[in-house]
Design a protein around this ligand. Structure first.
Ligand SMILES: NC(=O)c1ccc[n+]([C@@H]2O[C@H](COP(=O)([O-])OP(=O)(O)OC[C@H]3O[C@@H](n4cnc5c(N)ncnc54)[C@H](OP(=O)(O)O)[C@@H]3O)[C@@H](O)[C@H]2O)c1
Length: 204
């Protein structure tokens, strides 16, 4: 029998959302609070006014903690994830600058999965991207993109599409690390996410 997700309560469960102040993550924090979860959000600088909208969300005063964490600082991530039931890993650079993109996306994702394994989190949900699976010049316009598809890394490099390159390598690293560590991983590949901003301004 199908379960009506809207009727499920998150009361008593704690979820970590990485990059909590970002566009998509802010909505995750809001919806998790609305469903009764306790939320641990990470930000590189929780005191930055760009994250202040999170503290205004309904339920935030009682059930939201913001933790300082950088994707390349394993201990900071582990501290944020410790004691959580689940992790939404959404933090990622969104840029075509290879130096800013690739290492934080890939090593940051590995760090999250390792920390989730060490702290015995029940499930990690990783926000990947269509860019990780679609960017292949051999695809025809009617190719159906499914779990067997990956972006062509050489093509991404040659076209300097470092965002898609970084997301593809990060997702592959996530699957490999989750298998090695026995972590229950779910990956979401959004195309273009549109809608109202919860944060005071767009960072893009
Ligand atoms: N928006 C879309 O249409 C779309 C489509 C497909 C996939 N996605 C994916 O969805 C996720 C969120 O995207 P978004 O549009 O919401 O982006 P966003 O608003 O730019 O948010 C990205 C977040 O990542 C954090 N971040 C970046 N580099 C970091 C680092 N080195 N350490 C820790 N945190 C870091 C930023 O935190 P700080 O505040 O610390 O800078 C920011 O909160 C990304 O993984 C993106 O690839 C987005």
């Amino acid at each position: 029998m199908p379960v009506d997700a809207s009727s499920l309560s998150g009361e008593g469960q704690t979820i970590c959302v990485t990059g909590a102040g970002g566009f998509i993550a802010s909505w995750m924090v809001k919806l998790l609070l609305d469903k009764g979860y306790t939320v641990r959000g990470t930000a590189r600088n929780p005191a930055d006014p760009k994250n202040s909208h999170l503290r205004e969300l309904e339920g935030a005063q009682e059930r939201l903690t913001l933790c300082k964490a950088d994707l390349l600082d394993y201990e900071s991530l582990k501290e944020a994830i410790q004691g959580c039931d689940g992790v939404f890993h959404t933090a990622s650079p969104v840029t075509d600058d290879p130096e800013q993109m690739v290492e934080p996306a890939v090593n940051g994702t590995k760090n999250v999965i390792i920390a989730a394994s060490e702290t015995k989190v029940r499930r990690v949900v990783f926000t990947s991207s269509i860019g990780a699976v679609y960017m292949d010049p051999n695809n025809s316009p009617d190719t159906v993109i499914d779990e067997s598809c990956w972006s062509d890394l050489e093509f991404c490099k040659n076209t300097k599409n470092w965002y898609c390159y970084g997301k593809a390598v990060a997702e592959q690293a996530a699957w490999d690390m989750a298998e090695e560590k026995g972590v229950d991983l779910v990956v979401v590949n959004p195309v273009l996410v549109l809608g109202p901003l919860l944060q005071p301004y767009c960072q893009c």
